[in-house]
Write a protein that binds this ligand. Structure first.
Ligand code: NDP
Ligand code: MG
Ligand code: MG
Length: 332
């Protein structure tokens, strides 16, 4: 059974009684640091000398020290640096600064789930993962609302780790919206699977294959771009608001019929079998091992893939077309 927790289930005074270090000041880091501070929590930000983010954090009125000093001062240490470098930051700045009763916090379970960080037995290990980008987390907090969070305890050394995690979630507005209890394993494996099979990997490959099919059949790339990429936003917005049902209610009956009869010919039993293999490689650590090796090698294949897709006709066509559509916000 899914367990949900709200403001009434949480006690903000727990986190207000602790000293919190936020390591990193990117998407999540800035949102956590600023909202905890506004919730009356004692916050310091840990960033290396020369980090771009230092200027930003100091400009927003936060005290910035080195990651090691932050970890030493604090008794709750939230690790909000990019996942592939968390192991290094832990070894260099956190490990030797952990005291009995400290708590190590994460917003994603990757490094704990795949044993890239092995905390000692005398500290709590918790996760508070907002289900949205940091800028939305911060904006919702400022507007008196919140982004739902998922919360987990991997190691409960104090016996009060879950109450502490709920209190932290309250400090960033999460319990205003609702908090769901999970585990590091469930969060990490479902997050990786979702982004690979559906949200990023699945969608990108589907859009590219559809676009290529039309262009190879002689249709204009501009028309193919509209049909296979641009209109995706309308469909996703409807799904977001009301599931597949609302999307199907809004599109034409012809489109809905095509959805039923053609969808299963595109995403076939073979696709689902491959999805199961992908999930297996996430679960057995193969994906994590390959990704960390790639990262440590300086991202050679990652950069190759990025370049190839940047030069793809889909992207060059899209860049030109978006200039004709002033209302489409193109940040890249
Ligand atoms: P970002 O890439 O946005 O920010 C990383 C921050 O870490 C930057 O401020 C960077 O500073 C800083 N940094 C880099 N190296 C170090 C170091 N050695 N010591 C201290 N700080 C350092 O990260 P995200 O906010 O996206 O991700 C943080 C965590 O949150 C990850 O675990 C991620 O999985 C999780 N998460 C992210 C979500 C999101 O929406 N982005 C959603 C939910 C979870 P600099 O300016 O110098 O580069
Ligand atoms: Mg992810
Ligand atoms: Mg159409």
């Amino acid at each position: 059974m899914t367990e949900l927790f709200y403001d009434d289930d949480a006690d903000l005074s727990i986190i207000q009684g602790r000293k919190v270090a936020i390591l990193g000041y990117g998407s999540q880091g800035h949102a956590h640091a600023l909202s905890l501070r506004d919730s009356g929590v004692d916050v310091r930000v840990g960033l290396p000398e020369g980090s771009q983010s230092r200027v930003k954090a100091e400009g927003q009125g936060l005290r910035v020290v080195s990651p090691a000093e932050a970890a030493a001062e604090a008794d709750v240490i939230m690790v909000l640096v990019p996942d592939p470098i968390q192991g290094k930051v832990y070894e260099e700045s956190i490990k030797d600064n952990l005291k009995d009763g400290d708590a190590l916090f994460f917003a994603h379970g990757f490094t704990i789930r795949f044993d890239l960080i092995k905390p000692p037995a005398n500290v709590d290990v918790c996760m508070v993962a907002p289900k949205g980008p940091g800028h939305l987390v911060r904006r919702q907090y400022q507007e008196g609302r919140g982004v739902p969070c998922i919360v987990a305890v991997e190691q409960d050394a104090s016996g009060n780790a879950f109450a502490l995690a709920l209190s932290y979630a309250m400090g960033i507005g999460g319990t205003r919206a609702g908090v769901i209890k999970t585990t590091f394993t469930e969060e990490t494996e479902t997050d990786l699977f979702g982004e690979q099979a559906v949200l990023a990997g699945g969608v990108s490959a589907l859009v590219k294959a559809g676009f290529e099919t039309l262009v190879e059949a002689g249709y204009q790339p501009e028309i193919a771009y509209f049909e296979c990429l641009h209109e995706l936003k309308l469909v996703v917005d409807l799904m977001y608001e009301g599931g597949l049902e609302k999307m199907r209610w809004s599109i034409s009956e012809t489109a809905e019929w095509g959805d039923y009869v053609t969808g299963p010919r595109i995403i076939t039993d073979a696709t689902k079998a491959e999805m199961k293999k992908v999930l297996g490689e996430i679960q057995d650590g193969t994906f994590a091992r390959n990704w960390i090796n790639e990262y440590n090698a300086g991202l050679p294949r990652y950069n190759e893939y990025k370049k190839a897709d940047s030069d793809h006709l889909l992207e060059t066509t899209g860049r030109k077309l978006r200039q004709l559509m002033g209302w489409v916000h193109d940040e890249v």
